[in-house]
Design a protein. Structure first.
Ligand code: FES
Ligand code: FE2
Length: 341
């Protein structure tokens, strides 16, 4: 039997700051679908784990990722959202401009010559897997494929993303620490209580949860009642890759989710979904709406937990060795990563 993390781990802003530095900077983060950046100049700007980031398609066809911050006095170069750059990236504050590869092009009326490389945009790493862009802040983290570990092998039986049609994205924000949500993500204990429709469709006895890659990967191998028709858009393998990447992949679709902290007491979950054409319009719409409903169900219970973690009566609880082995392993990873400071 293991004690849960202390309540302070879910409420303390200093711990949340350490987690960005010691956990989120060192891991790859799902950014979004690559097809949104089809042509040179196309860009998407959004905040990821607290870093405003832009990913764009350079003229040579390469993807580039930069911190969305001007090197002059830190203005945001892009509003959040998608668009197409003109020939250069121009800062809306004093008009500095940058090439699409990040080099400083012009600092108008500055009065002194600046080195274009030295004063270029701050780059991040960017790679693509199964039609999804990932970014990483830390230069020393292993490449994306190494970081994904066993994930590609588990996904190999299922169609590649271009075989599916992109359905869209949804974002859910909630007042809960990101760990409240991930504690919940890696256990099936709550399924019959929190997800009525999901637990009706799933054979309780055949949900097998396994940890891989030093428990940084948790896979749910789910058996469905009958032919699984209830869940066609969501059937297959569910997996969680520490700290903030979750996905469902199967013969009829692929859904990828980024879970990220927004300070100590809030999180954002953003999901992108693709479905096979054979699923039909109605089934696709239903699967998409249901996927969002599941996130809301999880977040609802997590917000109630968070309120109590903040209230002060509860400090630690106990994790079931039978039902919450993977939550215990997740919390051990957090403890281990935070101990690096
Ligand atoms: S902050 Fe960008 S030009 Fe001044
Ligand atoms: Fe859940």
């Amino acid at each position: 039997m293991t004690d849960t993390l202390d309540a302070a781990a879910y409420t303390d802003t200093a711990i949340a700051r350490d987690e960005r530095r010691l956990i989120f900077a060192n891991n790859w983060a799902l950014f979004g679908p690559e097809h949104e950046l089809a042509s040179p100049g196309d860009y998407v700007a959004q905040s990821v784990n607290g870093w405003p980031i832009v990913v764009l398609r350079d003229r040579d066809g390469a993807l580039r990722a930069f911190h969305n911050v001007c090197r002059h006095r830190a203005a945001a170069l892009f509003d959040e959202g998608a668009g197409a750059c003109k020939a250069k990236i121009t800062c809306p504050y004093h008009g500095w401009s940058y090439e699409l590869d990040g080099r400083l092009a012009l600092a108008p009326r500055f009065g002194e010559k600046l080195d274009p490389e030295e004063m270029g945009l701050l780059a991040l790493r960017v790679e693509v897997w199964r039609g999804c862009i990932f970014v990483c802040v830390d230069p020393d983290t292993p490449d994306l494929l190494t970081w994904l570990g066993s994930v590609p092998a588990f996904c190999a039986p299922y169609p590649e993303t271009p075989a599916f049609t992109y359905r869209g994205a949804f974002t859910v924000e909630g007042k809960a620490n990101w760990k409240t949500y991930c504690d919940n993500t890696v256990e099936g204990y709550h399924l019959p209580f929190v997800h009525e429709r999901l637990s009706q469709a799933v054979e309780g006895a055949s949900v097998e949860i396994r940890g891989h890659d030093d428990h940084r990967l948790v896979c749910f191998h789910v058996g469905y009642r009958g032919d699984g028709a209830e869940l066609r858009g969501d059937s297959g393998l569910w997996f969680y890759r520490y700290p903030g990447f979750q996905a469902v992949i199967g013969p009829t679709g692929f859904k990828a989710e980024r879970i990220e902290p927004v300070g100590a007491g809030a999180l954002r979950s953003k999901s992108w979904a693709w479905y096979g054409d054979d699923l039909g319009e109605q089934e696709t719409a239903d699967a998409f709406a249901w996927a969002e409903a599941i996130v809301h169900e999880d977040l609802g219970i997590c917000e109630a937990v968070q309120r109590n973690l903040e209230a002060g009566a509860y400090n630690t609880g106990k994790l079931s060795p039978a039902m919450e082995e993977h939550t215990a392993a997740f919390q051990a990873l957090v403890r281990q990563d935070l101990a690096q400071s």
